[in-house]
Design a protein around this ligand. Structure first.
Ligand SMILES: Cc1cc2nc3c(=O)[nH]c(=O)nc-3n(C[C@H](O)[C@H](O)[C@H](O)COP(=O)(O)OP(=O)(O)OC[C@H]3O[C@@H](n4cnc5c(N)ncnc54)[C@H](O)[C@@H]3O)c2cc1C
Length: 434
């Protein structure tokens, strides 16, 4: 870094931030990439780490190693807590700060429990690698505890897994728990039969995958039911506690005994969105996303860009969804606009090129909508495998994930079935019978 070149700070090394830095790194600028984690995480495969199929290192890459050969890229592991757009400074939780000439804010999302803090304490979600490992621990420990349990009601509760929210993440989690129960764990236990596992997928809308074409929702629900998932649509969660979840549906309320509730029902922008709203008066939407100008800058601050899950951008009258390709394209676009401004050119409006959406349901089953071409079953699954392998960062990860998938496909195995760490909300454990 030379110290007198244009200095760009990028907050967040996720899909948006990483693509911004990769676009900028080739140019005569200095870049500081700030992330509270020291790795880039491939969120679309996180559920496979939660479900004991992949190890953390298969789906995450250290940011420092990604930019190892780039002299003009400095990586800082730090949590940004404040931004002063007038002074052009970013402050960190440590109290330290850095100045910038241009700033890209790409700090992503957080799970949204709609103000129910008590639910957040007991439910599990996929907010990062540590949370995925917590899901793995809770599910595998539930089987261990059930094996020791003599009370049939408690055994049934331990073997009941509830997923709230039937978007792609909820569908993927439900499908993989059901498959693990039926295939991978077969023969592992002496007292319980893992095939008795109940997987309930709860969705407030009237169909699973509400953002997909209705035909694909029907196909996805059928595939889920085929592998043993019970789908409850039109169902509203009323309460989540350590030993049950209460659900309202068709005018009645049901109490479901369970020790494992997974939340995949809603996300909200990083709190930095609200902070930027206070600092710049830029409007935010109900999800805390900043309503940016067409070129993705914050209105009135041409050197400050907000992208990815933190940005509210409308196209054809609809807000763009919180998807990896949206964040990636926005990262490249914001970087290109900074370079245009440095070159004295006008900035350009962002346009998202939608290449389609897809979700996997389990072994050899997926749905995909590729620009109106609707695929399901094995073909969609092969496409899903291919796309996810291609977008994984790093050759090592691609190779390892490919080998793991091939192994799991051939053997139904999930090699990472290890219980590590402690769970403060673990279900009670029965004494070992002598
Ligand atoms: C479980 C799950 C599965 C998903 N599956 C898919 C899928 O299959 N396909 C798809 O297209 N999309 C999927 N998504 C959505 C997709 O991952 C997001 O849309 C995308 O990650 C948004 O990119 P981003 O750069 O805005 O944020 P992120 O990729 O989330 O990156 C944000 C980064 O900012 C860092 N950060 C946050 N706050 C701070 C701070 N204060 N200071 C410093 N650093 C900070 C974080 O550590 C993180 O590295 C999934 C999301 C989840 C949660």
């Amino acid at each position: 870094m030379t110290g007198n070149r244009h200095h760009i700070v990028v907050i967040g090394g996720g899909f948006g931030g990483l693509n911004a830095v990769k676009t900028l790194q080739e140019h005569d600028v200095d870049i500081t990439l700030v992330d509270k984690r020291n790795y880039h995480l491939f969120w679309p495969l996180l559920y496979q780490t939660a479900m004991a199929g992949l190890s953390p290192a298969d789906i995450a890459a250290p940011l420092r190693s990604i930019f190892k050969r780039r002299e003009n890229v400095r990586v800082l592991m730090a949590e940004a807590t404040d931004i002063d757009p007038d002074e052009q400074r970013v402050r960190f939780a440590s109290g330290e700060e850095v100045g910038y000439d241009s700033l890209i804010v790409a700090a992503g999302f957080r799970y949204h429990y709609f103000g129910n803090d008590a639910w957040e304490r007991v439910a599990l979600d996929l907010q990062g690698l540590d949370k995925a490992l917590a899901i793995r621990r809770r599910i595998l420990a539930a089987y261990e505890r059930a094996e020791q349990e003599s009370d049939p009601a408690l055994t049934a509760a331990l073997l009941t897994f509830v997923i709230v929210g039937a978007g792609p993440t909820g569908v993927e989690l439900a499908g993989s728990i059901a498959e693990m129960a039926r295939h991978t764990l077969k023969g592992d236990f002496r007292r319980i039969d893992p095939a008795q596992t109940k997987v309930l997928l709860i969705e407030a809308a009237d169909r699973v995958l509400p953002a997909f074409d209705p035909d694909l929702s029907v196909k996805a629900q059928r595939s889920l039911e085929k592998i043993g998932v019970t789908v409850l649509t039109g169902a509203m969660v009323q309460d989540i506690a350590a030993d049950h979840v209460r659900v309202a549906r068709d005018g009645a309320t049901e109490r479901i005994a369970t020790h494992t509730v997974m939340w995949a029902a809603g996300v909200k922008a990083s709190p930095l969105g609200e902070l930027l709203h206070r600092r710049t008066t830029a409007p935010i939407d109900r999800g805390g996303r900043v309503q940016v100008a067409p070129d993705l800058s914050v209105p009135g601050y041409p050197n400050l860009y907000v992208i990815g899950d933190m940005a509210h951008v409308e196209q054809a009258g609809q807000p763009l969804p919180g998807l990896a390709p949206v964040a990636m394209q926005q990262g490249k676009h914001a970087a290109a606009q900074i370079l245009r401004r440095i070159g004295g050119e006008e900035t350009q409006a962002f346009r998202y090129v939608d290449r389609g959406v897809m979700a996997t349901i389990g072994r050899a089953a997926a749905v995909a909508d590729i620009r109106g071409l609707r695929l399901s079953g094995f073909t969609a699954w092969l496409l899903w495998l291919f796309v996810h392998l291609m977008y994984l960062v790093g050759f090592r990860s691609r190779l390892f994930v490919f080998l793991q998938w091939a192994w799991s496909y051939a053997t139904f195995g999930r090699s990472v079935r290890l219980i590590v760490g402690k769970d403060e909300h673990a279900p009670p454990r029965a004494p070992i019978e002598p």
